[in-house]
Design a protein around this ligand. Structure first.
Ligand code: SAM
Length: 210
């Protein structure tokens, strides 16, 4: 059934259970605080350049309820279409980051062609070495393993209330999405950074330091 948003009813309860449940830990073989160091040992797969179709871009922006006060980051921005659409359709500001300098040149030219060059910036760099703390919305089209490695950085850097939307890849059982939307053969996932999540992260870090 395409296009029907589903909001998990007891997501908080579910997430707690998943974070603390023995079954979840057995299946994941990782405690939440262990994610960064454990995954840091593994080489990540290379994320290929594949663009998000415009209809899916539009749906991602509406899932995040992007408005003119938002700062939308696309981590791995490709040709810049997501932040350019956020600026041209909703008047938001945006930042795109990509490893590939060719993508950055293309995105910068596309922003100029769309007349939103004053509202968006593109910079070449590794998203894992980037500060995206000004973001109120983060868009992702990466891979599952990359999302998992990025998750603790999202929790740390983003403010409470920030939204994260991912095209096709979720974050595993450690961070179940609040919304799952199916559009044709695509699946989109959305999360919000909550105060509870921040507190849990601080607690986990304190325990790890003991
Ligand atoms: C699947 S494409 C998505 C492009 C765009 N976000 C979209 O949805 O149309 C993934 C992009 O992420 C970039 N990328 C992969 N790993 C990256 C990293 N570590 N840091 C920054 N960009 C990265 C790739 O160069 C590629 O352009």
């Amino acid at each position: 059934m395409p296009d029907a948003p589903t909001t998990a009813p007891s997501i908080l309860h579910e997430r707690r259970a998943l974070l603390h449940g023995a079954a979840a830990l057995a299946s994941l073989a990782l405690a939440p605080a262990a994610i960064p160091s454990a995954l840091a040992q593994q080489p990540l797969p290379k994320v290929p350049y594949v663009t998000t179709p415009q209809a899916i871009v539009d749906r991602m922006l509406s899932m995040a309820q992007v408005g003119r006060n938002d700062v939308v980051y696309d981590l791995g921005c490709g040709d810049g279409r997501i932040v350019i659409s956020a600026a041209s359709k909703y008047g938001a500001r945006g930042v795109g980051i990509d490893l590939d300098p060719e993508r950055i040149r293309e995105a910068t030219a596309n922003a100029r062609a769309a007349g939103v060059q004053d509202r968006v910036r593109f910079r070449q760099g590794d998203l894992f070495r980037s500060d995206f703390s000004p973001a109120t919305v983060v868009m992702l089209y990466l891979l599952f393993e990359v999302n998992l490695q990025l998750m603790p950085q999202l929790w740390r850097q983003l403010r409470v209330g920030a939204r994260v939307v991912s095209h096709d890849f979720h974050m595993g059982a450690q961070w179940p999405p609040e919304q799952i939307v199916r559009v044709r053969d695509k699946t989109l996932y959305a999360w919000t950074i909550t105060e509870e999540l921040k507190q849990e992260l601080r607690q986990e870090l304190r325990q790890e330091l003991r």
